[in-house]
Design a protein around this ligand. Structure first.
Ligand SMILES: Cc1ncc(COP(=O)(O)O)c(C=O)c1O
Length: 425
């Protein structure tokens, strides 16, 4: 092929991504249909008050046309009202909030707005994989800082909060070119909610070195322990923080692609400018539906029910690990659980295809579960650099945002793991 028809390195160099490996494996499995607990999408619909708002929006002429590039005024006002209790004031919908096409495009806009080629961005491992390509598209360089699982994670179920940052490692990753730090709390995939003290230490370092904090809080309505938003620590921290939200996660509608960024005007205006050039504006009728979702959420006890529902699903599903004596990181937030399968013995000579055989142990565990039990989960080393992948190679990530009947079926199948468990001496 002519050199001029070749793709750019930013897409051509990428190895097969985890989603296609797992989805292909699921299609090829002898056990059908697969119970898919891999990707983090909901197995059920948003509640009626939100769905009906979307349906009605489609009947309105203005909702079928371009929205203002920074977002529909009704949605920005609804977000300002919904977050006022946490910020202690109403954010200015005009200058402190901007609507994006999902959290993803919002974060891409933030990187495009602030990263010049060669600038560095600190990312904790495991990371949400989109950060990496989004930072690289802007020409940024990533400095990775691993989160460390609890030492006894292979033998004991402990809180996900036990995954920790080594603050010396974090400080060593900072250079004069460090422009941003990406934080994610509640964390995907670990399920950790960073404590106020941890957030303060991160914020102090960012203030000292004048680093912008991009706080990915897409699971901000799903926490099972007290949850602090880093921007609310102090007016000084707020001045350097962009907070990211997702209607997809909040309202069980990941396909709607509505997200937002909140922050001080001197940061938000440039995120808006980048967003305008990337996609101009975001889906109008669904922005309207999300506005109504925020307006009616409290009256429908939606946020409290959302927490109760996911807590219930966590307990329902994780009971199978307790039953099997397999430890996991007890989530403090979000809808993922990391399970430590160090005690699972992969049979000698098990036939893995080459693209799985060449990957760390968690890929093999995921393959085994799909082929033998018909349950799909995600290998988390995908969310690490090669150098640090060993940290998570005994874990698999399961998404519990599925119907209870699906969780019951998954449990029944996972009981089949007994035949692969190492016998304890
Ligand atoms: C940590 C994290 N951030 C961002 C996103 C993307 O959110 P959205 O669907 O709103 O783009 C996800 C989705 O899985 C996520 O897990």
């Amino acid at each position: 092929m002519s050199a001029k028809l070749q793709p750019a390195a930013r897409v051509s160099g990428q190895r097969q991504d985890v989603w296609s490996i797992i989805n292909e494996a699921a299609t090829a499995s002898p056990v059908q249909p697969i119970v898919n607990m891999g990707q983090g999408f909901f197995g059920y619909n948003p509640p009626d008050f939100i769905l009906n708002a979307a349906k009605q929006a489609l009947d309105r002429v203005d909702c079928n046309q371009y929205s203002p590039t920074k977002g529909r005024p009704r949605l920005k006002k609804a977000i300002s009202d919904a977050y006022a209790p946490y910020w202690g004031r109403k954010l200015d919908p005009e200058t402190e909030i901007t609507i994006t096409t999902g959290a993803n495009e919002g974060m891409l806009s933030a990187f495009m707005a602030f990263i010049e080629p060669g600038d560095e961005v600190i990312v904790f491992e495991p990371f949400f994989d989109q950060y990496i390509s989004n930072i690289e598209m802007a020409g940024g360089k990533i400095a990775y800082v691993p989160m460390h699982p609890p030492k006894e994670g292979a033998v004991k179920t402990l809180s996900a909060g036990e995954w920790s940052i080594d603050f010396d490692e974090l400080e060593r990753a900072i250079t004069p070119r460090t422009k941003m730090l990406v934080l994610n709390t509640p964390h995907n995939p670990v399920g950790k909610v960073f404590t106020r003290d941890e957030l303060q230490r991160i914020a102090d370092l960012c203030l000292k070195h004048q680093i912008i904090i991009l706080s990915d809080e897409v699971y901000d309505r799903l926490y099972y322990v007290p949850f602090t938003r880093i921007a609310t620590l102090s007016p000084e921290v707020e001045q350097i923080t962009l907070t990211v939200g997702s209607a997809g996660k909040n309202f069980y509608a990941t396909g709607w692609r509505v997200g937002w960024l909140m922050g001080p005007p001197h940061l938000i205006q440039y995120v808006s400018a980048a967003h305008t050039r990337i996609c101009y504006s975001s889906v109008s009728p669904l922005q309207e539906a999300c506005a109504i979702g925020f307006e009616l959420a409290d009256a429908n006890s939606f946020w409290t029910e959302s927490i109760a529902s996911l807590k219930h699903k966590m307990a329902l599903f994780n009971a199978v690990w307790d039953e099997l004596g397999i430890p996991y990181s007890e989530p403090e937030g979000g809808y993922f659980v990391m399970v430590n399968l160090a005690s699972v013995e992969i049979p000698d000579g098990y036939p893995f295809p080459p693209h799985v055989a060449s990957r760390p142990r968690d890929y093999k565990l995921a393959w085994l579960l799909i082929q033998e039990l018909g349950v799909a989960a995600i290998p988390p080393t995908e969310f690490y650099t090669d150098a640090n992948a060993h940290i998570a190679e005994d874990y698999l990530r399961f998404a519990v945002c599925k119907e209870d009947s699906v969780l019951e079926e998954a449990k029944e199948r996972l009981r089949g793991l007994k035949r692969f468990l190492k016998t304890k001496e």
